[in-house]
Design a protein around this ligand. Sequence first.
Ligand SMILES: [Zn+2]
Length: 151
Amino acid sequence: MQIIKVQFLKGEIPNGKAYTYFSEETVSTGDLVQINSSAKGIVTEVDVPESEIEAFRDKVKTIVGKIVAESKEEPSEHFNVSNSMVAQERYCEEKSYPHFAPKSGICWKCNQQIYAEGKNRMGNLSKGISVEEAGSELITACPHCNWSYCE
Ligand SMILES: [Zn+2]
């Protein structure tokens, strides 16, 4: 059980002093929590020492739980051929690496776009190189047919 301090939210804005609560799930500072059936709050402090609540421990309530923000989860990888080309070129320049990947992004072995979805040699889907990878890794081989560009 975690001892936390929570400030009530008035609308979207934290309002008033922070109150001490128990939380069954682990929360972190800044988390939105459901305090009771009607009130929401924001965590202002976590791991409050037991000694601080000793005098009124039996009065301390437990929050309902963390409010999980509607998951508008961004995919961690993006695919965009021209962005990836630029990203790889920039990466090679920055690191002074030779640019092995085909400039057009088209693999000269399998004729597929390396920065987009394709098929591997087994005929299965292969996902290609994302913008993130192109901007952080030296491309030395085709992601689809595994043909090496640096030999
Ligand atoms: Zn290829």
